[in-house]
Design a protein around this ligand. Structure first.
Ligand SMILES: [Zn+2]
Ligand SMILES: [Zn+2]
Length: 394
């Protein structure tokens, strides 16, 4: 039997065992950088598979190694581990047991899929040359991102620049399918916090006040100039404000207004420039209107770019494994992901694993309390990544 069919056979043979693994992880989710139980559980599964080379990284993360029959190339496969502060609303028997915490971004699926990949590659270790690094990374959902901690580890840096593969579940994509995009894929993400301090008072006496509500209104409208006039039309940019709080009343002008938003783009030089321009614009408008203004824009993740050559090769491998009708091309995705840090320094490919199933009613989006997956995706995801890893080592 050829190696592709053996991988498919192994993925299928082990799939029910790994559904159990996923359900366990789903039941006991942990928040970013607190993945202690998760880490211990993943380590146990790795030991059970037979892996002996396991290193601790980024406190609650792990990096395991599978050596093939001879030396050769190295590839890194990454899964993230953390859950979100969301109360699960699914009534499945494996629903979250940890109050207010839920694997609503599918990181339980990423870990399980990578464990299945590990199991398959371990069983095939006499059939390939080279080395596979399996990275279970904590803290994807919370700044500064677990990737930044991993990248400070000696064990990681000793690898030098090597190809990185990662996947993310996608409910819009039916289970059984995967999606790729070479080149720019996911956006950089910066959080924006603006505080406008005016002078509150009676709404009937505006001349004695500095109205932060009016200042905030001008600020919000003017800020859009950054994306509509200052950004190159060739560079996608998004500026959205999702929260504005001015706690006055129908007849009370408040003292201050706070605004929160996000800026996303695909160019690191423009990103820095845009943040500077936005800060200057907002401050000068507020000042011109007599208010004080504090702008805080903590830097988030950079944009994620998929190496074109690697991604094209990987996509070809996926077509070979799943058939061309199960491999789709993706559009830009304005979400952010800390895998982006790896993609800035290595040849990387981050792709999407379909987990939706309209017939079964599995359609809820990522980060929602009813997010779930069609568990057949585990077999697809785990088998495919094993196949893609071996293709990359050739
Ligand atoms: Zn997420
Ligand atoms: Zn995620």
């Amino acid at each position: 039997m050829n190696i592709k069919d053996r991988i498919k056979q192994l993925a299928q043979a082990h799939s029910s065992e790994f559904v159990k693994v996923r359900r366990h992880l789903h039941q006991y989710p942990e928040l970013s950088f607190q993945e202690h139980h998760t880490c211990a559980y993943v380590r146990e599964r790795l030991l059970e598979i037979g892996i002996t080379e396991i290193e601790s990284v980024a406190k609650t993360g792990l990096m395991a190694t599978i050596n093939g029959k001879a030396s050769g190339k190295t590839i890194l496969l990454r899964a993230d581990m953390d859950a979100l502060p969301i109360q699960e609303e699914n009534t499945v028997e494996y629903a979250s047991q940890n109050n207010g915490i839920m694997h609503a971004c599918g990181h339980d699926v990423h870990m399980t899929s990578l464990l299945l990949t590990t199991k398959i590659l371990w069983e095939l270790r006499k059939d390939f040359s080279g080395k596979v690094k399996l990275l279970f990374q904590p803290g994807e959902e919370l700044m500064p991102g677990g990737a930044t901690l991993v990248m400070k580890e000696t064990a990681y840096n000793a690898l030098g620049p090597i190809p990185h593969l990662g996947q993310h579940v996608m409910p819009n994509l039916p289970a059984g399918k995967v999606g790729f995009r070479s080149g720019l894929f996911m956006a950089s993400m910066d959080e924006i916090y603006i505080t406008i301090i005016g002078k509150g008072g009676h709404a009937a006496v505006p001349e004695e006040c500095i109205d932060p509500i009016l200042v905030a209104s001008h600020v919000i409208v003017a800020a859009q100039q950054v994306v509509s006039r200052m950004a190159s039309p060739k560079t996608p940019s998004v500026l959205s404000f999702g929260r504005i709080v001015g706690d006055g009343a129908n007849n009370v002008i408040p003292n201050k207004v706070t605004i929160e938003g996000t800026f996303r783009t695909y160019d690191e030089v423009w990103r820095t420039e845009a943040i500077e321009k936005l800060t200057k614009l907002v401050k000068s408008i507020a000042e011109g209107m007599g208010a004080e203004c504090i702008v805080d824009i903590p830097r988030g993740y950079p944009h994620l770019k998929n190496d074109e050559e690697l991604t094209n090769a990987i996509k070809k491998g996926a077509i070979d494994y799943l058939g061309s009708n199960n491999v789709v091309d993706l559009d830009l995705w304005m979400a952010a992901e800390d895998f982006a840090y790896y993609s800035q320094q290595n040849r990387a490919c981050f792709y999407l694993l379909g987990v939706g199933n309209i017939q079964k009613g599995i359609t809820s989006g990522l980060h929602t309390p009813t997010f779930n997956i069609d568990e057949s995706a585990l077999e697809t995801g785990g088998g495919l990544m094993a196949w893609l890893a071996l293709q990359s080592l050739l």
